[in-house]
Design a protein around this ligand. Structure first.
Ligand SMILES: C[S@@+](CC[C@H](N)C(=O)[O-])C[C@H]1O[C@@H](n2cnc3c(N)ncnc32)[C@H](O)[C@@H]1O
Length: 230
């Protein structure tokens, strides 16, 4: 795997997601062995959306990640910069206000949302720190951020097996089920080079978030990070 696989420009990331939009949700289910459904339930619990709250689901893709928040009666804005993903999302969930926007230059006013959340998206944003600062800007004082992202399994023997799965099994499985297997090679490589749990927590603090904490899911394959805006 070359570094070039990871050194994508923002428009190349958007195009990559345009290409996988049609089969995106099915591929996720298969590659995660249906664990993604459980992870989404845990995100919903952490976000704890309530009627009359405003929730921004950033890098929402086809808006599958937005559905549990919308089901609570909260006002949910799914936002993404891939027109292919947004189109697919609009086709499936026409009742949601899907919005085009770049995580590093959000089209929202300061202090707008009670919760800003992002599932399996922050790792794909080319400038992570700019996105964390923008998320902070659009959150109301007292509001929270909830980040659901792949992370590092905490038990070393399992980490080794998992890394083998990512680098060896995932690309051939992706070739069988995805319209763009190259995107899933990128997925494996981007998960490997993403910061571990304390590393991401430190980046959140640098962006201004306080009371930062995290919880591991599936032994640390995924971590939920939370922070608050003072
Ligand atoms: C793996 S998908 C996750 C979609 C959804 N949140 C979910 O859980 O299924 C990652 C999404 O991040 C979006 N994305 C990447 N960089 C972005 C940016 N700078 N601004 C907005 N969206 C971005 C991509 O277009 C893609 O739809």
């Amino acid at each position: 795997m070359t570094r070039a696989t990871l050194d994508k420009k923002p428009h190349e990331v958007a195009t990559m997601f345009d290409d996988v939009a049609a089969n995106y949700d099915l591929t996720n289910d298969v590659l995660s062995l249906w664990q993604d459904r459980r992870w989404r339930k845990e995100v919903a619990k952490a976000v704890n959306a309530r009627p009359a709250q405003k929730v921004l689901d950033l890098a929402a893709g086809t808006a599958t990640s937005s559905l549990p928040f919308a089901a609570t009666g909260a006002y949910v804005v799914p936002c993404d910069f891939s027109f292919g993903m947004l189109r697919e999302g609009k086709r499936r969930h026409s009742h949601l206000p899907l919005t085009a926007g770049d995580a590093t230059k959000l089209p929202f006013k300061d202090d707008t949302f009670d919760t800003v959340t992002i599932s399996f998206g922050l790792r794909n944003v080319v400038d992570t720190d700019a996105a964390l600062r923008e998320m902070y800007r659009v959150t109301k004082p007292g509001g929270q951020v909830v980040i659901c992202e792949f992370s590092q399994p905490t038990w070393a023997p399992f980490r080794t097996v998992y890394t083998e799965y990512l680098m060896r099994a995932l690309p051939p499985v992706a070739r069988a089920v995805s319209s763009n297997p190259e995107a899933y090679v990128y997925l494996a490589e981007s998960i490997r080079s993403w910061p571990d749990q304390p590393g991401l927590a430190a980046r959140l603090q640098e962006a201004g978030w306080s009371k930062v904490a995290w919880r591991n899911l599936s032994g640390g394959i995924v971590a939920l990070h939370r922070g608050f805006k003072r």
